[in-house]
Design a protein around this ligand. Structure first.
Ligand code: KG4
Length: 370
């Protein structure tokens, strides 16, 4: 079964053609980063206009690459929430047009659930950000094991830092969320304080890596002592995230010590953030008795975080799964096509009048418990 996935919730216009929820026949991503970089954040009006300008050509090239016609699609999946309203509406209008003209069933998808579904996709064989084009291999690849419900979902992106129990398709139960900034947002703000370019995550990581290379594993230099430990006093059943205090501490540290080593500060910032994430994962697994965690979102592109997640297998016997391809961590149409496949297979289809919303959970059967 071949379906289309449309993603336009924020600042990436992306369309993927996905076969059987697993094989990426094509994936096109147009990133708007250059348009927003000057403002150091996403400007909603600019984002929706850019989606409108690009989405038709992205569709054409995705279909061409996959060698498929619109009439051959079994379903068209589209990110319907959460996201920027103006941006979501562009993707939704395209899905409605395809549905109206060709009678293709429409499957609105929760963007957050799609990030968690992304691990079910095969790695693109040419996961190359510069070409923005990739094709799938015909091989199931979730560390060679089946992924059965329930498992925990961890979302770390520019707009979300949250933990869920994924009970089944459209059955997401939220068990932890950020009290303030999302982790990606915190990286972006930290980068701005450190005078690094936007988006900040990859630049903070690069500075931290320079520091690590310099100190070459010297334990004394690997201690975090300039910046605070996050939510260190939180109760065992509190799975909240909070990153804004760290950002403020960083701001004052840099203001009062202009000559401090930027590489070291970037390293400490990253360590403090990831220590908080790892602690919450361990707490969530202990509280729920679930030992498999599926992670997604742009911050999962960070290699230091990936290593720390991998280490949890050895240290705590936890199975942490995230997309091996960094391209699939970020917003992309293939993950929407993948979730669409599973929802469509369970008979979930909506009419042309389906809703889009900036909110989470509009279409889910389980509500938030916090
Ligand atoms: O999921 P995503 O692509 O999109 C939105 O949420 O819009 O996440 C983007 C976020 C940005 O805040 C970016 O700074 C962060 O992911 N990010 C990273 C890295 N690469 C991207 N954060 C830390 N380390 C990275 N290597």
């Amino acid at each position: 079964m071949i379906g289309l996935g449309i993603e336009s919730s924020c600042d990436e216009t992306s369309i993927g053609v996905v076969e059987d929820g697993r094989i990426i026949r094509s994936l096109k991503i147009y990133s708007q980063i250059d348009a927003h970089a000057v403002y150091k954040g996403v400007v909603p009006e600019i984002a929706s206009r850019a989606h409108l300008e690009k989405i038709n050509s992205i569709l054409e090239s995705a279909l061409l690459e996959a060698n498929i016609e619109l009439t051959e699609l079994s379903y068209v999946a589209v990110a319907s929430n959460p996201g920027l309203m103006g941006s979501l509406m562009i993707g939704a209008m395209l899905a409605r047009c395809i549905g109206l003209v060709h009678g293709t069933p429409i499957v609105p998808c929760d963007h957050l659930e799609a990030h968690i579904a992304a691990v079910r996709l095969n790695n693109p064989s040419k996961a190359d950000d510069s070409s923005k084009v990739s094709k799938g291999k015909d091989k199931l690849d979730i560390n060679g094991e089946e992924l059965n419900f329930p498992y925990l979902g961890l979302l770390l992106s520019g707009g979300n830092s949250s933990l869920y129990i994924h009970h089944g398709w459209k059955k997401l139960e939220k068990i932890g969320d950020t009290l303030d900034d999302a982790l990606g947002e915190a990286f972006d703000k930290a980068a701005s304080i450190l005078k690094l370019p936007y988006p900040g995550g990859p630049h903070v990581e690069a500075q931290a890596n320079q520091y690590l290379q310099r100190v070459q594993g010297n334990q004394k230099d690997l201690k975090v002592n300039l910046l605070p430990r996050l939510m260190a006093g939180a109760k065992a059943d509190d799975l909240s995230f909070s990153f804004s205090g760290l950002k403020t501490a960083l701001l004052y540290l840099v203001r009062d010590n202009p000559n401090l080593d930027t590489d070291r500060i970037a390293f400490e910032f990253q360590e403090s953030c990831f220590d908080h994430v790892i602690r919450n994962i361990k707490k969530a697994c202990k509280l729920t008795g679930i030992s498999t965690v599926v992670a997604g979102g742009g911050v999962l592109a960070n290699s230091t975080l990936r290593k720390k997640l991998d280490n949890l297998h050895e240290s705590d016997n936890l199975r942490i799964i995230y997309p091996q391809s960094k391209l699939l961590c970020t917003d992309n149409g293939a993950m929407i096509g993948c979730l669409g496949y599973h929802l469509y297979s369970e008979g979930y289809v909506e009419g042309l009048d389906f809703r889009v919303s900036p909110k989470r959970f509009i279409n889910n059967t389980m509500s938030e418990i916090k």
